[in-house]
Write a protein that binds this ligand. Structure first.
Ligand code: DQQ
Length: 539
C-alpha cells in the first residue's frame, strides 16, 4: 500500500476510490456532522454524478454511508449536481440541488430525509413537486445551477440564490418562497457582474463584525456583514457588503475583479467551496474541493481523483476588510510527535532541517522575525499580480528580505522540494508581504501541473511577526499565512521525497538574516476514514 499509493492522504477527506468534486450540503444535525459530495461511483474521472454521503462526530474521522441522492426522477435523471442544505424550523433538514433533467436542462430540486429520527439521515426522499425552479424567462438551461443554503427574512419568507450567467454577466438569481416548495423569481438578482463568467456554487452568509462567533445563515443580528462567494475562473472569489432583507438589496464594499482588490478564499487550488453554520460550536465552517495536478491517465492509474480541504473556520478580520480562515481545532488531536525550537537565526543562504517527525504527514506552525526591515527590496509599481511575482521570483531566486520559509516534501539533497515562503518589499513608506508556493521543483516527474501560486498578505511587518501554518499530507500542502489572512493550497507529487524519504526544512535564500522566533512541527496521525462495512460503533 505504502509504495503503491504515495499520494493518498492520511488526514484529508477522501472516498476509498473514484472521482470526487464539490462539497455539497454540509451541516450539523443532532450531534452529527454531514458531508455530501459530488461523486462518480464508476470511475476516477468526472461523470455519472451523484451525492455521496459521509458522517462524523468530530470533522476529523469519517464514516462513508450509502449514497444519498442519485438519479431517480425525470428532473434529475441525467445527474445530481451541487446544492446545499437548509435546516427548516423544527430541526428539519432540506436539500436543494441541481438536477439534470430528461432534456439535459439544469433545474432545481428538493429532497428531505425519510426518517428524521435517524441522526445519520441515511435515506432521502425527493419532493413530488420537483423541479421547483426551471430555466425560463431568459435563463440559459446550461447556466443555471448550485442553489445555496436558504435564509429566512424577518417576514418569515425564505430566500435562496442560484448561480447563473445572463447576457455575459455572472449572476446570483434570487428566489423567494413561503413554504420552501413554491418559489418565485425576483426580477433583480441579488448581485451580478459583467467582469466574470458563470457563477458556480455561490454562497451567501453573514459574518459578525463584533465577535469571533459564527453567525447562522438566517440571523437577524445587526452587527454583521455579508459575504458573497462565487466560483469562476478556477478560483473562489468573494466580496463583502451589507444585506437588507427588507428589499433584498446587497450593497457591496468592493466588486468581483475590481482592479486592486482580489479577495479569494485561497490563492492556490480550492474550488466550489461551501460553508455551514455549526450551532454546536457557534462557528461557520468552510469546505473546499482540491483537485489533482496530475494527468487524467494518472488519476485513472491511481484510481481516484480529488480531495476536500481540512474544514476551516471563517471569521471577519479585525480590520473588517477580508475574512480569515483557520483549520478547525479538532484536527489538532491528530498531532503526535512534536519538535519545537525558538530564537533560531536563519543566516543568508541557510537551510535548517526540522528533524524527527514524519515530514510527509505533518502540521507545522512557524513564525519569523525580520531583523533588518530596511533591507527590503523596492516594489516596482508594475508588480501588482502576486502570482506572477512569485513565479518570477521563485524560491531559488535570491532576494534581500526573503525568500524565507519552508521546504516541504524535500529530498535530503533538495532536488525535490515544494517551497512555501515569503518575500518582503518596500513601497514608499509601506511594507508589502508576499507569500508564495513554488511547485516548480516539487517532483522530478514531468507532465504535472507545477504552477506557482502567490498572494499578498494584508499585514504590517513593522508591528507583527510573520506566521505560517502548513498542513502537509503526502500530496497536498494547505498553507495559512499571517494567521489565516492569505491561504494557498497546492498539490505536489514527489517521486523521491515520499514516505520516509520526505524531509522538511526551513530556509532563507535572502541576503538578510531572519530569525525563527518559534517553530512547532508535529507528525500527524491518520484520521479514521472508513466505509460502513468496516464501521465500528462510535463512543
Ligand atoms: N460542479 C457541479 C456543478 C458545479 C460544478 C457538477 C462546480 O453543479 O457548478 O459536478 O465544480
Amino acid at each position: 500500500q505504502e509504495t503503491d499509493q504515495p499520494y493518498r492522504t492520511g488526514y484529508h477527506f477522501q472516498p476509498p476510490k473514484n472521482w470526487m468534486n464539490d462539497p455539497n450540503g454540509p451541516m450539523y444535525y443532532k450531534g452529527v456532522y454531514h458531508l455530501f459530495y459530488q461523486y462518480n461511483p464508476d470511475g476516477a474521472v468526472w461523470g455519472n454524478i451523484i451525492w455521496a454521503h459521509s458522517v462524523s462526530y468530530d470533522l476529523v474521522n469519517w464514516v462513508h454511508i450509502d449514497h444519498a441522492i442519485y438519479p431517480t426522477q425525470p428532473s434529475d435523471i441525467n445527474g445530481c449536481w451541487s446544492g446545499s442544505t437548509t435546516i427548516l424550523p423544527g430541526e428539519k433538514p432540506a436539500i436543494l440541488y441541481t438536477g439534470i433533467d430528461t432534456k439535459n436542462h439544469q433545474v432545481q430540486n428538493l429532497a428531505v430525509p425519510k426518517n428524521l429520527s435517524d441522526p445519520l439521515l441515511k435515506e432521502w426522499k425527493k419532493s413530488p413537486y420537483n423541479p421547483l425552479m426551471t430555466p425560463i424567462d431568459g435563463i440559459d438551461p446550461d447556466l443555471y445551477r448550485d442553489p445555496t443554503t436558504a435564509w429566512q427574512g424577518p417576514d418569515k419568507i425564505w430566500r435562496v440564490i442560484v448561480g447563473s450567467q445572463i447576457n455575459g454577466h455572472g449572476r446570483a438569481i434570487l428566489y423567494r418562497s413561503k413554504d420552501f416548495v413554491n418559489w418565485t423569481r425576483i426580477d433583480s438578482p441579488l448581485h451580478s457582474s459583467g467582469k466574470t463568467e458563470m457563477w458556480e456554487c455561490p454562497d451567501f452568509f453573514p459574518v459578525s463584525t463584533s465577535s469571533t462567533n459564527g453567525v447562522d445563515t438566517s440571523s437577524q443580528d445587526k452587527s454583521t456583514k455579508h459575504v458573497l462567494k462565487a466560483s469562476f475562473n478556477h478560483h473562489d472569489y468573494y466580496i463583502l457588503g451589507s444585506y437588507m432583507p427588507e428589499n433584498d438589496k446587497f450593497s457591496v464594499e468592493t466588486n468581483f475583479m475590481d482592479s486592486g482588490v482580489d479577495l479569494r478564499y485561497d490563492y492556490g487550488k480550492f474550488y466550489a467551496s461551501k460553508t455551514f453554520f455549526d450551532g454546536a460550536m457557534n462557528r461557520r465552517i468552510l469546505w473546499g474541493w482540491i483537485n489533482e495536478s496530475d494527468s487524467e491517465s494518472d488519476d485513472i492509474k491511481k484510481g481516484w481523483s480529488g480531495l476536500q480541504s481540512i474544514p476551516r473556520t471563517v471569521l471577519l478580520s479585525k480590520n473588517g476588510k477580508q475574512i480569515v480562515q483557520w483549520p478547525v481545532k479538532e484536527i489538532e488531536k491528530l498531532r503526535s510527535k512534536n519538535v519545537s525550537f525558538h530564537d533560531k537565526k536563519l543566516k543568508s543562504g541557510s537551510v535548517l532541517e526540522v528533524p524527527g517527525i514524519t515530514a510527509s504527514q505533518a502540521d507545522v506552525d512557524v513564525s519569523f522575525e525580520l531583523l533588518n526591515l530596511e533591507d527590503a527590496e523596492i516594489l516596482d509599481p508594475s508588480w501588482t499580480d502576486p502570482q506572477l511575482l512569485c513565479s518570477q521570483k521563485k524560491a531559488s531566486v535570491r532576494g534581500k528580505l526573503g525568500p524565507f520559509g519552508l521546504l516541504a516534501f524535500a529530498t535530503k539533497d533538495l532536488k525535490e522540494q515544494t517551497a512555501i515562503y515569503f518575500r518582503i518589499f518596500r513601497s514608499n513608506h509601506k511594507y508589502i508581504v508576499l507569500m508564495c508556493s513554488d511547485q516548480s521543483r516539487s517532483s522530478v516527474r514531468e507532465e504535472l501541473d507545477k504552477t506557482t501560486y502567490g498572494a499578498f498578505v494584508d499585514m504590517d511587518p513593522r508591528h507583527e511577526i510573520i506566521t505560517l501554518r502548513s498542513l502537509i499530507d503526502h500530496s497536498i500542502v494547505e498553507s495559512f499565512g499571517g494567521e489565516g489572512r492569505a491561504c494557498i493550497t497546492t498539490r505536489a507529487y514527489a517521486k523521491l521525497a515520499i514516505h520516509k524519504q520526505a524531509y522538511l526544512f526551513a530556509f532563507n535564500n535572502g541576503t538578510s538574516s531572519v530569525k525563527i522566533s518559534r517553530l512547532n512541527a508535529w507528525s500527524m496521525k491518520n484520521a479514521q476514514i472508513v466505509s460502513t462495512t468496516k464501521r465500528r460503533k462510535p463512543h
